[in-house]
Ligand binder design. Sequence first.
Ligand SMILES: Nc1ncnc2c1ncn2[C@@H]1O[C@H](COP(=O)(O)OP(=O)(O)OP(=O)(O)O)[C@@H](O)[C@H]1O
Ligand SMILES: [Mg+2]
Length: 469
Amino acid sequence: MAPHTGRHPVVLIVDDDKNTREGLQRALRPRYDVRLAESAARAMEALADGAVDVMLSDLRMPGMDGLELLKRVQAHHPDVICILLTAYGSVETAVTAMKQGAYDFLTKPVNLDHLDMLIARALRSREIESKNRDLEQQLDNKYGLESIIGNAQAMQPVFDTIRQAAPTQATVLITGASGTGKELVAHAIHRLSTRSRGPFVAVHCASLSASLLESELFGHEKGAFTGADVRRKGRFELAVGGTLFLDEIGEIDSVIQVKLLRVLEERKFERVGGIETITADIRLIAATNRELHQLVREGKFREDLLYRLDVINIPLPPLSERSSDIPALCDHFIREFSVRNGRPVMGITADAVNLLSAYAWPGNVRELRNTVEKMVVLARSDRLTARDVPPNIREAVRGKSAGTGAQATLGEGSLAEAERLKILAVLGTQHGNRTRAALELGISRRTLHRKLQEYRAQGLLPAALAEEN
Ligand SMILES: Nc1ncnc2c1ncn2[C@@H]1O[C@H](COP(=O)(O)OP(=O)(O)OP(=O)(O)O)[C@@H](O)[C@H]1O
Ligand SMILES: [Mg+2]
């Protein structure tokens, strides 16, 4: 049994009649570790060590009866499988017991083969249940909020809106440039929703032609068009009870836009070539890296559809507006790729992180993730250093820091922030050497020192750059 590998499952027999107890014990002993209790009170004592897998209990006993015992076991030992025995074949009491969570009941005299089968089946289903729980847990870790790294100020509204929107049925529109994490956010909303046990079905709208997309979304009947030789369910149907994620919604053709609008308004659709109307019990999440309001102005996207989609909007900031998350993202991806590629990379040096933090990341988190993967695969030691940073990024950062402060497009807007990022980037490329950094920056070493002290006082100086060298 999964939770108790390497030992016999423990069965507790509770009956006030000695003959029944011992008869059952003889029958079960070869395969189970059998324990006996002559009353419900004794049974509770026997359960206290948490080892019991299955409890077989008589219903009618002096003192606390089987139903009362069942209730207590449910409350204190919910993992124990309870099977009740009744001398009377009193179906009514047995039904009550089932409603209260008993796994099954048997009438006395007990058919021992049947009992054996019942116990085996109960243990198996409990094992499957616990495996499912483990899987659920793994999915939560992979797709829950914990999977989204974001301590930067700019990410807080994202988390707030996810938390607020997830438990509702409202349609969500996720917007943001390529690689900002739109699909990750869609997954998280699903995992945190009441539909988390239902399917999450994603459709990448841009990759399909209009007619393919239509049958992909709505399915088709046999013979609906050439090549439709079987009836096929569409993504809307496959997502029933769960969440449908329409990625790159800005790319869909106007004919499909009309059909989508109808599904959103009426929650109903038909398969291509079909007449049966199907109810779409789905939660819709859409994403786009396009400016939909602009597309509406250009007549390329229906305004009514936009308003149906844009019930709750989650805009994802570009990575350059949350560069303070770069160190944590690097650690996260290093862990991911060192495990996946079997590379013993343990971390990254501060100068490498500073280089990466100063880069503009037009491809956002996806580009950072790809870069870290490359760095891990090609790593020369167990820590990624500035030398492992791809040359194109090193050069882009150097080029930028050689420009004037006004040219620098760094940071969260302000000039002071741009200056700080520039200084840290140059310090990074100079491996923390302040004399050379000051030279490159065209400022005196004293000025550099003063600025670093200011940053340190504000908690804006990475620890690795705090020491002079
Ligand atoms: N905040 C984050 N924390 C951890 N991983 C992230 C984060 N944001 C994005 N990622 C990872 O970066 C990669 C790109 O994210 P995702 O596919 O969700 O982006 P997208 O916005 O859908 O991009 P595109 O527009 O190109 O489809 C994924 O591997 C994702 O897991
Ligand atoms: Mg995507």
